[in-house]
Design a protein around this ligand. Sequence first.
Ligand code: ADP
Ligand code: MG
Length: 702
Amino acid sequence: MLVNAAFSRALERPVQYLKGVGPKRARLMERLGLRTLRDLIEAFPRTWEDRIETPPGRVPVDAPLVLKGRVTRTLTQRAGTHLELFIAKLQVPGHGAVDAVWFKRPNRRYDVFESLRRELAPGADAWVIGRGEPGLLKIRKISVQEHYLVDDPRTPLHVGKLVPIYPTTAGLPERLLREIVAAALDEVFPELRENLPEKLLRRRELLTLPQAVRGIHRPRSSEELEQARRRLSYEELLLLEFAWTLKHRQTREVVKGYGYEIKRSLLTPFRAQLGFELTRAQKRVVNEILGDMQNPYPMTRLLQGDVGSGKTVVAIAALLLAIENGYQGAFMAPTEILAEQHFWTFQKFLGELPVRVELITSSVPKRKRERILARAASGEVDAVLGTHALLEESVAFKNLRLAIIDEQHRFGVRQRTTLRQKGPPLDLLLMTATPIPRTLSLALYGDLDVSTLDEMPPGRIPAKTLHIGEKEAFEIVRAETGRGLQAYIVYPIIEESASLDLKAAQAEFNRLSKTVFADRRVSLVHGRLPGKKKVAAMEEFASGGSDILVATQVIEVGVDVPNAGVMVIQNADRFGLASLHQLRGRIGRGSGASTCCLVAQPKSPEARRRVAILCETSDGFRIGEEDLKIRGPGEMLGMAQHGELGLRVADLVRDSDLLASAREDARELLAQDPDLKSPDLRPLRDKLVSLYQERWQSIDLA
Ligand code: ADP
Ligand code: MG
């Protein structure tokens, strides 16, 4: 949350300033990042619980019961040897007699029942919050989780309305933290000042800052809460947009200090020996990239293209331009299998061209690795492919100018930065097959230039996707491998686990190769195989040495075996949508028809939806958007990148409309006032400076 304190010192007072917060509590709060009153009112609730009094009638199924009544009698009971009950008989207006029940184990040192007996003497009025027996037509009994005395002046903070629940820590009960935040709010409320220009508030119909702060901590209705949340999200996104625009501006000021010339000494022979014509989209994208590389400032371009759209060839073209000019290139992929695969692909496509390519992964033997590193450092290697291993300090280049990151969403921003620092201002090409809806990519990457491969190589027939049983799926595998095609059978995990009824790749490999597919050549690959064995298994399959590859998700990205025409995904409901799409992208890479069999008994509605969507479409963008809806941006893109933005209020999916507005407004304000110098922007500017340092400075957008 974003509260401006330009005019107020009150906000900077330490939490101990508040009554009831001593050194011990202050230390606990420090652990939550709560040091000042400002931190407290900026503490964003984890959720809000609706604690409106439960009306008479049926016990609600998924909401807590909230009752207010007068104690008529109390008693304790034993239930078996392990449990004691404290029961307060309540008279609840509208409901009648209700038993409020507390539990405890006997022989605990501290007798909770003692204080209950004191507080809830007959005649006392109390609120109780807890669970009833769902479905019952009348509320007779409640297992109490929290109770509050009606006489206590703090009680209205906790019941009878929408109540904020703050993230807390052991030793600091929720209710106590709620009281502390409330005290902080009382203290500083009169000093809160607006920090957005009036005209934005009007244009976007936003609450003022004081209204929003109150609406978050003390919402009078869910509408007010939503209005408050929107206001604070908008502000957070506006600041993010400022930050991105400023970053963009800065990167335009960096000058590479080296240039490229299109010599065609490698590019032309490369295209001539490819064996196919580049698609129109590939040509366009290659031009965009080569154009960027010839610009005086460093390239940062995101290349999006659905699985199988042919990103690798585009990447090679970019590398060749660097190499033609006597520079080096680095190409990083998230898994060893993928790095290997690219290494073969490069060799295949480069053929006899005078280009020296090497591979560095953690399974390259030490001696060999040292030789390669020496050659990279002396400039005797033109391109180095590899995994995270490329990021190590020992990897140095003589004249690295271009870095390419495949499946970039698998990497964090900091890794990107590390790679980029291995040379002078580098050109950077980021590739991804997880299409990112436009709004989201704007928030994540700001004005990053984006190229999209929106066309598949000709003759591709999307895989037919079926939700069927294992038996039928195996019949398809048998028939297709009989015709000379190859098949993948994919399992979610590698070892049989007793708790989960999942088929494990290892066990299934043993079974299938001896029974159902005894007459086929079956090989196995999974993440825990040593690097060499992994590579050997992949090579065997890629070269046609086996018919069926039993695998885990390790084959999800990049693996390219055009003759593979069938994929069976076991327990498909256990995979996420993006993973399923990626996995399916391993087939249908040749010119023939292919089949993807989803073997699944989806139990949740979400799992059913995932399976259904996959059967329905092979459009990566559509799948990406569905995925975003189901899982949210954090999971979809890997927490790494989303988390690095450090957004506390805004939700990039829910607030995509606000993001668009914030973007428009940020641009307009910056166009009128490039340094945000005018007095009405002063508070925003201060906030921007501190947020920038705290969250965004280190993000390598560009
Ligand atoms: P991805 O975009 O998923 O990384 P790849 O670069 O692995 O896709 O390409 C998928 C397959 O398509 C590869 O076998 C590649 O050789 C082939 N391919 C790429 N471009 C073309 C093209 N223009 N025409 C025909 N096949 C192509
Ligand atoms: Mg690829």
